[in-house]
Ligand binder design. Structure first.
Ligand code: SF4
Ligand code: SF4
Ligand code: SF4
Ligand code: FES
Length: 543
């Protein structure tokens, strides 16, 4: 075959005549969105996210089905092309049924990966469960006893009978870790050679110190009182939160190398200007304090509150960051933890010389509320149908006789198995999500057909979720090309088209040897495996 030359966004490319433009441009280093094309297979022409302009023609064409020819002039980085791509994505999103994050995670101020923790507790894998929890919450034994349970308010199971007992399971995971001979130790990143002073050893300061240490910073904590923990010592009754739990869980920070210097009060034993000279950054998490003292330390006030940048969490002194109750009135400890994690992200960005953008929120597909009938169908297929479990009266607690009892391991597993698994297993590898974020597509721009929610079937290793399928056709073609006897096929027309297994056979029979290829090629989480690799990176921030 002869070679041809064409230009792509002003760059000359030489390829075999007939090579799809998308392949030639990608090989030359250009990035082109695509959701229904796999190199080496026929173009499906169904997603329209790969469109380009050819020879100045105002009508765009898919680059996956346009063969390269001598002298073609292709334009892709122009407003018309990006607008068509955005419209194509918004049309796909209009009837997309899936939650990138489960509703419980979406409303949890700390953004904990709740369904992942519940799956791990169901399996009895406490080592993984504590890793999941501590990615976002360094004090689960404390928080699991006192959290206002915002996540349970968002739990989809609550629309059917009662919400999943998320906080009690979180407490259980935290307690198991406290009782373990080798409690969880996070993986520390390499030392950065930079020092941070944290002033205030309340929950916000301790949380920030925890995550900054994980990031490789040397952290010193200064506290005016004789104990770390701040108001958690006084805000709750001993039956809600025994002192021994607070002490045990905070003591774990010492094993990470973190020490608290007590009886050090800002404005008395320590001065802000001295800290600024000795440290690369300073974090103030003092709770409610006298504004005159802060002004005397060189900080500026706006009314009764400290002047801070809401995005960067910086004060008017750039290396001084502020978090927690100094800037807001949210008294609940889960907000203190969320603030501590957020400011650690801002500090990490600042100390590594990156723009301070804070904790970025990723695109999150949101499914309309599920009907009771829809949940019932799900329950029949996938999960424990029993109503919420309570800790046995006599179960007691390993830590204090006066304390409210917690779950026993068997009950924790039973309760966890009530979860409907509303999260998407593909959230870290979904083209639809990545491209929607790239072009700023909105799920609400067009109104599509609600095709019903179809959570992962826990009985099958591989799963096909019609609500997340964009009918790109890749799996149909790949299973056919792989010589599958059954394979997959289309059913219905127009908006109601579905990808199905012929003769209602199980998916595992349709994809006997091409399941992995289909799941990998699927541009969404429509085809996914039950045993996903758990995610421990933070999907809510990009630093
Ligand atoms: S059912 Fe499970 S995944 Fe769904 S909202 Fe409730 S806890 Fe979260
Ligand atoms: S398929 Fe993609 S966009 Fe849809 S819920 Fe899953 S991760 Fe989100
Ligand atoms: S299930 Fe098949 S048709 Fe649907 S999005 Fe995935 S690969 Fe495309
Ligand atoms: S139309 Fe080209 S990748 Fe979908």
């Amino acid at each position: 075959m002869s070679k041809v030359k064409f230009t792509y966004d002003g760059q000359e490319i030489e390829v075999e005549e007939g090579t799809p433009v998308i392949d030639a441009a990608r090989d030359a280093g250009f990035q082109i969105p695509s959701m229904c094309y796999e190199k080496g297979h026929c173009a499906q022409n169904s997603c329209l996210t790969c469109v380009v302009k050819v020879n100045g023609n105002p009508n765009v064409v898919p680059s996956c089905s346009r063969p390269a020819e001598e002298g073609l002039v292709i334009e892709s980085d122009c407003q018309e092309v990006w607008e068509v791509r955005k419209t194509a994505l918004e049309l796909i999103l209009s009837d997309h049924i899936g939650n990138c994050y489960a509703p419980c995670t979406a409303v949890c101020p700390a953004r904990m990966e709740i369904p992942q923790m519940l799956r791990q507790v169901t399996e009895g894998d406490y080592e993984s469960a504590i890793k999941t929890v501590k990615r976002d919450i360094p004090f689960p034994a404390i928080l699991g006893r006192i959290c206002p349970e915002a996540c349970e308010g968002g739990c989809r199971r609550g629309r059917y009978d009662t919400p999943e007992a998320i906080c009690s399971v979180e407490r259980f995971v935290g307690d198991q870790d406290l009782m373990s001979d080798s409690p969880y130790m996070p993986e520390f990143k390499s030392k950065k050679g930079k020092k941070v002073a944290v002033i205030g050893a309340g929950i916000t300061g301790l949380t920030a110190a925890y995550y900054l240490t994980v990031e490789g910073y040397d952290v010193e904590i200064f506290e005016s009182e004789g104990k770390a923990g701040g108001s958690i010592h006084t805000q709750f009754s001993r039956s809600e939160l025994p002192e021994s739990i607070i002490d045990k869980e905070i003591a774990h920070l010492g094993k990470m190398g973190l020490e608290v210097q007590h009886q050090k009060t800002l404005g008395a034993e320590i001065q802000l200007y001295e800290l600024c000279e000795s440290y690369d950054a300073v974090l103030l998490t003092l709770g409610k304090v006298d504004s005159e003292m802060l002004v005397a330390q060189g900080l500026e006030m706006k009314g009764k509150k400290l002047k801070t940048d809401a995005q960067t969490m910086q004060s008017t002194i750039p290396k001084v960051f502020i978090a927690g109750a100094m800037t807001h009135n949210k008294d609940r400890k889960v907000y203190s933890i969320a603030a501590g994690k957020s400011v650690s992200i801002c500090l990490t960005q600042f100390l590594s010389g990156k723009p301070i953008v804070g904790r970025e929120k990723r695109f999150n597909s949101v499914t309309p509320p599920m009907s009771k009938e829809n949940i019932h169908t799900t329950l029949e297929k996938v999960v424990n149908q029993e109503d919420r479990y309570a800790p046995a009266e006599e179960a007691g607690t390993p830590f204090s006789k006066e304390e409210l009892p917690g779950f026993e391991p068997t009950v924790a597993a039973q309760e966890s198995s009530r979860c409907l698994h509303c999260d998407c297993r593909a959230k870290d590898a979904c083209d639809l999500r990545d491209y929607s974020e790239l072009v700023g597509a909105s799920q609400k721009h067009y109104k599509g057909v609600n095709r019903g929610f179809n959570p992962l079937n826990q009985d099958d290793d591989i799963h096909l979720d019609a609500g997340k399928c964009l009918q790109c056709g890749l799996c149909v073609q790949l299973s056919q090309d792989a010589g599958e006897e059954l394979g997959l096929t289309y059913k219905g027309r127009g908006f109601y088209t579905e990808i199905v297994v012929p003769f209602d056979k199980p998916l595992s029979q349709a994809l006997t040897h091409s399941a992995k290829a289909c799941a990998e090629a699927c541009p969404t989480g429509a085809i996914s495996f039950k045993n996903e690799s758990p995610t421990y990176n933070n999907p809510h921030d990009k630093c």
